[in-house]
Design a protein around this ligand. Structure first.
Ligand code: FE2
Ligand code: FE2
Length: 252
């Protein structure tokens, strides 16, 4: 299947399950850092991952509706509290009124400032993580605190063997450059380095995360910004993180 920039792309698909990238609108490049949104479907139910800011809503809803009835969006998962992650929350609650919102319990008290009238649907994820059942799959919210937010989670899909890592793995493309999958890892790492060195606070946050993911079978790492890692690039990315020095507090 070829990649069309503004259309959904299936990263994984079988009879009952799919992990889908939700497209990109070229015009969004003018409105801030480029972001990836994903949807996981299992047995007819779906969850959206970091559905993002205000300007993305139209394209996301259009692409979701092409695939699934909006009533079947059962949950929205937020890695953390940044505007590029939660910015459209109050609009999305109108479009998907039955969806449960999953976010670190640290951030719940901040959400009313988005104009969110009701907190009834919001489920605070405890520091140790949780399971989120969608259809018949139990997705795992994996603690990734301080990478970069103090209350931060990644989401592991055990069927697609895909780990959604939010801002971890983010790359910022030079103007006019875009690709969905990493090809030349060395070249791509140069686009990741400045972001990780400044937005991650310290090495110990990375060490704790490495411990949490050690036993997961990960075939794909899907970040919120930049390109997706698959095959040998998954291991290359993990090795690159292990060697990343002089980050965060070391620099300021
Ligand atoms: Fe962030
Ligand atoms: Fe982000």
């Amino acid at each position: 299947m070829s990649i069309k920039i503004h259309k959904p792309y299936y990263i994984y698909q079988d009879k009952n399950h799919a992990f889908i990238w939700l497209g990109l609108d070229e015009a969004e490049a003018e409105k801030g850092i480029l972001t990836n949104q994903y949807m996981i479907i299992d047995h007819g139910e779906a969850i959206l991952l970091d559905p993002g800011g205000y300007y993305l809503v139209e394209r996301i809803v259009e692409n979701v509706e092409e695939i699934i009835d909006p009533d079947n969006i059962k949950a929205l998962f937020f890695t953390h509290q940044d505007p590029d992650v939660v910015g459209s929350l109050n609009i999305l609650l109108d479009v998907f009124p039955d969806a449960k919102i999953y976010i670190s319990e640290l951030w719940i008290r901040f959400l009313p400032h988005l104009g969110t009238l009701s907190l009834d649907n919001i489920i605070g994820i405890p520091d140790d993580g949780t399971e989120i059942k969608i259809g018949e799959v139990k997705l795992k919210a994996i603690p990734a605190h301080f990478l970069h937010s103090p209350g931060n989670f990644h989401l592991y899909d055990p069927v697609a063997k895909t780990l959604f890592t939010g801002d971890l793995g983010a790359a910022i493309y030079p103007r006019g450059t875009w690709y969905l999958f990493v090809e030349d890892f060395m070249k791509h790492s140069k686009l990741m380095e400045p972001f990780h060195k400044r937005y991650l606070p310290c090495r110990s946050a990375i060490e704790k995360w490495l411990e949490k993911i050690r036993d997961l079978d990960i075939q794909v790492i899907a970040p919120q910004h930049g390109a997706i890692f698959e095959g040998e690039n998954v291991e290359k990315f993990i090795e690159w993180l292990k060697e990343l020095e002089m980050i965060g507090i070391d620099l300021v």
